[in-house]
Design a protein around this ligand. Structure first.
Ligand code: PHE
Length: 386
């Protein structure tokens, strides 16, 4: 054996020992007590505080109930929820989403609630390859931007071209309305979108929009707009905003003796809606707790037992969105967001709010309900299928 050969053998021996040490080391650390659990972090973004905080409370309730029901486990992972409050502010929603995606390392986000927050959140999720399912944001631009699909972004609800059309047809056909006034927040994606879709469908169906009045987010005095509405006396006053603003506008409208029927969208769905002022009004929504389907009644009972109140559409859709995500992670058998995204796109899922499967834009095709404000509560009127 010459010196060169001896040298090679020595090197091989050293390499073998290093490899052996690595294997033994891994085995020892793996067996030392409980094996370290694999963890998947799932984010929630909702307005827990601010002008629409009942939306955040309901959304968090639905999200947590779905996770607890799964025993905080999915596909062999321990679920770690990471909660974020965007206060219904688009700038804050971007801060929260960026922190969840880049610092906390979440693989998926449920949220946000309002379209004006979910749209900027979707940009963060798409750029960072994090799956997003908004339970409730209905503006088309959440999942698609100028024809380009944001491939990591989905929603658990219908979209506003449908919701606005349902409201317009209900006004024309069921209420026999011919004229409508529309008041909308000119800087809120949800409000302006829904106002436009309502107007298009109402005029296409032979109705006339007699007043088209914009306002700003911080406005508290609507006398200019409402003086005009009072003079024109339309059959319908369409108010496609969230409950806080709708309460103020409706109170001022009644003070001006406007007798038009109030009509609105899912943004009315809150325990803090002014039921007295809104009495007799109608709004379109995602689900009714009066629905006799066994899945719905089981859900309502479960929610009441835990939280002591009837689940609104926000709680229901947050529960549905979270269950959808867990089903997709299970189907993917992985925490890789690209695999979860592919599983979601292919999924068919029986949610409380109806069967969910996604079209090419990440939108489920689902029915809407019309609800009436009556006797201090909301009552089911009818279901409209797409
Ligand atoms: N659809 C509303 C939006 O896009 C959010 C919302 C949904 C509010 C359901 C209340 C109930 O901004």
């Amino acid at each position: 054996m010459n010196r060169l050969t001896r040298g090679r053998i020595r090197i091989r021996t050293i390499l073998a020992l290093v490899a052996l040490a690595a294997v033994v080391g891994a085995a020892v650390s793996g067996c030392g007590g409980r094996q370290a659990a694999k963890v998947i972090k799932i984010g929630l973004i909702a307005p827990m505080t601010g002008d629409v905080k009942t939306f955040g409370e309901s959304t968090k309730n639905g999200f947590m109930l779905a996770l607890e029901e799964a025993g905080m486990k999915v596909a062999g992972f321990d679920i770690v929820p990471v909660l974020g409050d965007d206060r219904n502010d688009p700038t804050e929603s971007v801060n929260v989403a960026t922190k969840l995606a880049t610092q906390d390392g979440v693989k998926a986000i449920i949220g946000s609630v309002s379209s004006k927050c979910s749209i900027p959140v979707s940009e963060v999720c798409q750029a960072n390859k994090v799956v997003q399912i908004t339970p409730t944001s209905t503006n088309p631009r959440v999942t698609v931007d100028q024809g380009a699909r944001k491939t990591y972004v989905f929603r658990a609800c219908f979209i506003d071209p449908f919701q606005g059309t349902v409201a317009a047809k209900f006004a024309l056909q069921t209420l026999g309305a011919r004229t409508a006034a529309v008041l909308f927040d000119q800087a809120n994606d949800y409000t302006i979108g829904l106002a436009n879709y309502f107007r298009d469908a109402f005029t296409a169906g032979g109705g006339e929009i007699v007043a088209w009045e914009a306002y700003s987010k911080d406005d508290v005095d609507f006398s200019a707009q409402l003086t005009k509405v009072a003079r024109l006396n339309p059959d319908i006053l369409y108010l496609p905003d969230y409950y806080t603003k709708v309460n103020i506008i409706a109170q001022q409208a009644r003070a001006k003796r406007i007798t038009s029927t109030f009509l609105g969208g899912d943004g009315w769905d809150s325990s803090e809606l002014d039921f007295e002022t809104m009495e007799g009004g109608y709004f379109t929504n995602h689900y009714s707790a009066e629905d006799s389907r066994p899945e719905v009644q089981a859900w309502v009972a479960k929610y009441r037992a835990k939280y002591g109140s009837t689940p609104d559409a926000l709680a229901t859709l947050a529960y549905d969105a979270t269950k959808l995500l867990l089903a997709a992670i299970e189907a993917a058998g992985s925490d890789d967001p690209a695999a979860i995204r592919d599983a979601l796109q292919a999924i068919e899922f029986d949610a409380v709010s109806g069967r969910v499967f996604f079209d090419a834009d990440g939108n489920p095709i689902k029915a809407a309900v019309v609800m009436q404000i009556s006797g201090g509560d909301q009552k089911y009127v009818e279901t409209v299928s797409p």
